[in-house]
Write a protein that binds this ligand. Sequence first.
Ligand SMILES: Cc1cc2nc3c(=O)[nH]c(=O)nc-3n(C[C@H](O)[C@H](O)[C@H](O)COP(=O)(O)O)c2cc1C
Length: 241
Amino acid sequence: MRAAALLLAGCGGSAASASTPAPAESAEETIKETQSETVSAETSAAEQTEADTSTAAEAPAGTNPEGSSDTLVLYFSRTGEQYVVGVIDKGNTAIVAEMIAEGTGADLFEILPADDHYPTTYNELTDVARQEQNDNARPAYSGELPDLGGYSTIFIGAPVWWGDWPMIMYTVFENNDFSGKTLIPFSTHEGSGLAGFDRKLEDACPGAEVGKGLAVKGSDAQNEQEKVRESVGSWLAELGI
Ligand SMILES: Cc1cc2nc3c(=O)[nH]c(=O)nc-3n(C[C@H](O)[C@H](O)[C@H](O)COP(=O)(O)O)c2cc1C
């Protein structure tokens, strides 16, 4: 597990070397090869520190102005330099979140860090994320979630970070009452798939029912949007939503 984690971080090169992610093919291959170990790394203890500061958060994607849906899409996503895809203006998970919202008419809400301490360079971001996981951190998010009272179904998505939900998502799970809701996880990743998001969501949100999740490769979300839109559509149909 540790080896897998190190390999993943190493895919972007060491902090002392290149600041760009490794070439797509080799990077993907490396993650694929280590996927099972990476997923098993999920169970590693998570911890956290506060890390350094960085970019200003973008404005929240916002909620549906109508606010009339009983379905909500909550997501966390990063722009800047990302694995395989390089520097991106819209996060991979954000792209999938918007497709789900479009497909369901759901309201959309982006989880943003309270103080955006996440670097926009990939290698530095992996270090900060790893430290948060090692420290079992609960990084604060900005503002408050929409009133969950009116939502019966909530899609919850994030990038896989070190074989797990980013720690800020555990802050969301623990600071809000999701009991009685149907929660449907989705991930973007570069090899780890859903990385146990569903099982971890069940553990973190007792009293909620967790539906079948969807895993999308981040590079597909960025570069193969029609294919991903189809996958999202089939998944929503399967869910009956
Ligand atoms: C800190 C960090 C850790 C990551 N860990 C994994 C991992 O364990 N498994 C994996 O498949 N991809 C991993 N990735 C790749 C991201 O999951 C992937 O690029 C994702 O699509 C990024 O989504 P975003 O643009 O919404 O943040 C990691 C990326 C970062 C930045």
